[in-house]
Design a protein around this ligand. Structure first.
Ligand SMILES: Nc1ncnc2c1ncn2[C@@H]1O[C@H](COP(=O)(O)OP(=O)(O)O)[C@@H](O)[C@H]1O
Ligand SMILES: [Mg+2]
Length: 141
């Protein structure tokens, strides 16, 4: 996964430089390249989640992890700091701006999902996307 991994590393470096927010990265080398749509979607989630941490969390550190399990690739971006604030007592749902809703829609198109969990102590964004195994030429005969 040199493509996605390298892109995230580069972005995180720039982000840290521009914002003073340190991001701990955990992306094992054993993760291989994924299809382009999946890599792009995961990159956008990483980017938007870090932007959200800068804009909304007040936190000076974050962590970003990618791993594979059971035919899926998973990504988690976490920060401590304040959680998602409810904007209105009338609205029980977490207020979902373009960023989170847009990411959810994009992941839905890939058969994946994105969940945000938040408490007064921090926020986590978790994504799972099914991995479509590349088709091998059949070796019958
Ligand atoms: N890491 C975070 N910490 C605290 N609040 C967050 C975090 N990420 C998102 N939020 C909250 O969730 C809302 C929706 O996020 P998003 O859909 O990206 O919209 P936007 O960033 O444009 O406001 C934000 O307005 C903010 O209130
Ligand atoms: Mg946002």
């Amino acid at each position: 996964m040199t493509g996605l991994c390298g892109a995230i590393q580069g972005h995180v470096q720039q982000f840290a430089h521009g914002t003073g927010i340190r991001v701990r990265l955990d992306i094992p080398a054993t993760i291989q390249r994924l299809d382009q749509d999946t890599e792009l979607a995961l990159f956008r989630v990483a980017q938007e989640s870090l932007t959200n941490i800068q804009r909304h969390s007040g936190s000076k550190s974050a962590s970003l992890r990618i791993w594979r399990e059971a035919g899926q690739v998973c990504l988690e971006v976490k920060n401590s700091g304040r959680g998602v604030r409810r904007k209105s007592s009338r609205n029980a749902e977490v207020d979902s701006g373009i960023g989170i809703a847009g990411m959810q829609e994009r992941l839905g198109q890939l058969g994946g999902r994105l969940q945000v969990s938040s408490t007064s102590r921090g926020t986590a964004v978790r994504v799972t996307v099914p991995i479509h195994a590349p088709e091998h030429p059949s070796r019958s005969g």
